[in-house]
Design a protein around this ligand. Structure first.
Ligand code: SF4
Ligand code: SF4
Length: 331
């Protein structure tokens, strides 16, 4: 029997801005006044935080937002993360990438472009802006620049019957897609159980990636506050554009802690445990399916045995196959 990996943060969601140039139906960042008036993450703060994240043992930084490409400090931030040896991801809607591609070249390991449809009209209906052609252009530019990319497909009850068109697009363009069900948040509805089963049928399709244990978890109703699976603060931490630790998680922030260049000492203090002890146990945590805090949670059980290990291993094998199918080793 193998021991479980140590429970310490290895993944950071770095929210670089609350601004966005899209108007997606399923997102609240551009709708809610609570997100107005914040400046973007600054290089000087990010530099210190990244240094501390390295010392804490974090391995992967996901730079997200809002739309991260609206943050003018982003290239310097990415460059510093690269120097420190993090695995880096950038989650973007891709609209501004064509004009920034050269500047971003070689600064980030993976760029994830959001794409939920192959119809220009449908894109505009879902995302509220005429950006489809820009995303397609971004994919082509990134491939030309040898940039590793993946698409992210948010599946809703509305688009679930059309997702095969994205898979056809991926095969044609030789690009992988990460499939994730829309989670219940703001005005969004969870995906129906039968629609989760529809997604799973595509598991073995070329260029398609999905996390089977997470889909099972979603299918069974998400988090149970009496047996919580949330790893916020343990596997995953969030840093907001105004340089705060958002706890217990970004989506359900009840407390923000100003970092002020002291992330490491905060992590090493007893306050850290206090901030995250009840993650997954609050009333609002019941049925939670925020993937960032659960999908990853299975990874720290890879060396352990539980009922999910078979599906976890299948997910790892399939991810590896898709990784090898498209990964560019010429970084
Ligand atoms: S691109 Fe992302 S951050 Fe912007 S509105 Fe859409 S989902 Fe929200
Ligand atoms: S269970 Fe969900 S809402 Fe609760 S702390 Fe975890 S991620 Fe946040």
């Amino acid at each position: 029997m193998f021991a479980a990996l140590p429970r310490k943060p290895f993944y950071c969601l770095y929210w670089t801005t609350y601004k966005c140039n899209s108007r997606c139906k399923f997102c609240n960042i551009w709708k809610m006044p609570a997100f107005d008036g914040y400046s973007d993450a600054k290089f000087s703060d990010a530099q210190k935080n990244l240094n501390d994240l390295k010392k804490i043992g974090v391995k992967i930084i996901d730079f997200t937002g809002g739309e991260p490409l609206l943050n003018h400090d982003l290239p310097r931030i990415l460059s510093h993360a690269k120097q420190l040896g993090f695995i880096t991801k950038l989650s973007t809607n891709g609209i501004l990438y064509p004009e920034q591609a050269e500047e971003l070249r070689g600064l980030v390991h993976w760029i994830y472009f959001s794409l939920d449809t192959t119809s220009r009209e449908e894109y505009e209906r879902i995302r509220g802006v005429d950006g489809y052609d820009k995303v397609v252009e971004s994919i082509q530019i990134a491939k030309t620049l040898n940039q590793n990319i993946c698409l992210t497909l948010t599946v809703t009850n509305e688009n679930v019957d059309h997702i095969s068109t994205i898979f056809d697009f991926c095969r044609k363009n030789k690009v992988t897609v990460l499939v994730h069900p829309c989670f219940s948040y703001f005005e969004n509805q969870s995906l129906n159980r039968e629609n989760i089963l529809k997604i799973k049928k595509y598991f073995w399709k070329p260029y398609v990636r999905m996390n089977l244990p997470y889909l099972d978890f979603y299918f069974k109703g998400g988090n149970d506050i009496y047996h919580p699976k949330c790893k916020s603060g343990r596997s995953t931490i969030d840093i907001s554009p105004d340089n705060c630790l958002t706890t217990p998680c970004f989506f359900r922030t009840t407390k923000k802690v100003q970092i002020n260049g002291k992330l490491l000492s905060l992590y090493n203090s007893s306050k850290w445990g206090d901030l995250f002890r009840n993650a997954g146990k609050y009333d609002f945590c019941e049925h939670c399916t925020f993937e960032c805090y659960f999908g990853l949670s299975y990874w720290d059980r890879v060396l352990g045995f539980d009922s999910n290990i078979y599906k976890q291993n299948l997910t790892i094998i399939k991810d590896t196959v898709e990784f090898l199918r498209t990964y560019s080793f010429r970084q």
